[in-house]
Design a protein around this ligand. Structure first.
Ligand SMILES: [Zn+2]
Length: 84
């Protein structure tokens, strides 16, 4: 199992975590590692989707898979906060 990697976002210059789960996902798709953080990717994706369709970008299962690691992390944090 691979370890999480810290990458630097090309757009905003922030360090972000490329998790082992995301690395597996990218590898399985044959993608190279991301050059932007999740925020900037989401921003770019929503901008691109806005040009192509009027849907708002929520219906794409592939985009959900990319952010799944971050979403899961938020869910865990929320659960910890609620448990007390
Ligand atoms: Zn960024």
């Amino acid at each position: 199992m691979s370890a999480d990697t810290i990458l630097t976002c090309r757009d905003c210059g922030q360090a972000f975590t490329f998790t082992s789960g995301e690395q597996d996902f990218y590898a399985s798709r044959g993608f190279s590692e991301p050059s932007r953080c999740a925020d900037c990717r989401a921003t770019r994706k929503s901008q691109r989707d806005a040009g192509g369709s009027s849907y708002g970008g929520y219906g794409s299962s592939s985009s959900m898979a990319v952010v799944e690691g971050a979403t899961r992390r938020v869910a865990v944090a929320r659960r910890v906060r609620c448990s007390r």
